[in-house]
Design a protein around this ligand. Sequence first.
Ligand SMILES: [Zn+2]
Length: 126
Amino acid sequence: MTEPTLTVRAFFERVRAGQLTAVRCGSCGELAIPPKELCPACHARAWQPAPLVGEGTIASFTVIRIAPRAHAADAPYAVAVVKLKEGVSILGRVVDIPLDKIAVGLPVRFRPLVTPERASVGFGPA
Ligand SMILES: [Zn+2]
């Protein structure tokens, strides 16, 4: 049995360390983030970790005004789909940008959001 080269757990461990990492299919070159079991393009299982620069632009976003209990104290806040320069997109929380300044096409930069309990993907000003 082959171990995946980058599990979802390892993805978030790398986020905790400040690194945004995708996986690249060794068979067809497709890039995926976060890691997937099989390549969506060719169904191969030949992933290699591919570090990302962490720069991109907001492709879409929504403002969360009524948040899940764990995030209720933070509301309102925005989450965005960010299209990274490498061509893949990822969902992340928008930080340090006023809600009324968030717009599609706004350049942003990866910002790891780290607490003792969890690491998650954030994006702040570029
Ligand atoms: Zn592939």
